[in-house]
Write a protein that binds this ligand. Structure first.
Ligand code: HEM
Ligand code: HEM
Length: 184
């Protein structure tokens, strides 16, 4: 079971620290950090690495139930933490311009985070063990069936959005590196 909201608080604290550093750079340079210069670029790369970890690690752990490395609930907490901090860094990377494919990629990123919150809400309705397995709990049979159906429906939306996001992100990264970094 995912207990409390520690991962949300931790992500919030990290976001405040990152905002502080961003504000400091803004203050020093007196301009919005451009996406293609050192600071903005680093934010994009680090944020994207966190997002890649979000996309892969939890799914890998989920599919190897025999593995002993860490409780599923901790992996899901880590998923949510990186799934919030990564997109936030990427948002600061954009330099608040959302043209073309990079803008579409940002939109996918926002949608997957919002969808994540909805999924988290449904997920926590279903009583589970620390390893994520469903158990008998306080929900009535009908409510449980409904929550399960919602969770399945949610997966069919969340997973394709994630894939679309990474496809457009890779194209953006390829194009940005080619045109804005190597040809400069
Ligand atoms: C999901 C992750 C990412 C998103 C949503 C994203 C989004 C954006 C956006 C919205 C812009 C501004 C486009 C404009 O000027 O209108 C931008 C610029 C840029 N991005 Fe990303 N980005 C991501 C990851 C990355 C990564 C990992 C890299 C590098 C490896 C990167 C490299 C760049 C560069 C170099 C620019 C500047 C392009 C220029 O100066 O014309 N981005 N990005
Ligand atoms: C970069 C952002 C994110 C990406 C790429 C992403 C991707 C994914 C993927 C691929 C899965 C399917 C895992 C599986 O069943 O194999 C998943 C599940 C899930 N994600 Fe995310 N996610 C992101 C952000 C978030 C956020 C911000 C939250 C919560 C606020 C969240 C909550 C969940 C929950 C509750 C599940 C379901 C866990 C389960 O059914 O076992 N995600 N996510």
């Amino acid at each position: 079971m995912l207990r409390g909201s520690r991962e949300l608080w931790l992500a919030f604290v990290f976001a405040i620290v990152i905002t502080g550093i961003y504000g400091f750079v803004l203050f020093l340079t007196r301009k919005v950090p451009p996406a293609g210069e050192l600071f903005g670029h680093s934010l994009g790369i680090l944020g994207f690495i966190l997002m890649l970890m979000t996309e892969t690690l939890y799914s890998l752990r989920k599919r190897t139930r025999s593995a002993r490395w860490g409780k599923m609930s901790s992996w899901l907490q880590f998923h949510i933490f990186t799934g919030l901090v990564g997109p936030y860094m990427v948002l600061l990377h954009t330099s608040w311009k959302f043209n073309g494919l990079a803008g579409v990629t940002t939109l996918f990123t926002v949608v997957i985070v919002v969808s994540g919150f909805i999924g988290r809400y449904i997920y926590t309705r279903i009583p589970r063990t620390l390893d994520g397995l469903e158990i008998e709990g306080t929900l009535s049979e009908a409510a449980l069936r409904q929550a399960r159906r919602l969770m399945a429906l949610w997966h069919t939306v969340h997973i394709p959005i994630g894939m679309a996001l990474f496809i457009s992100a890779f194209v953006h990264i390829g194009a940005a590196l080619y045109y804005a970094t190597f040809l400069r």
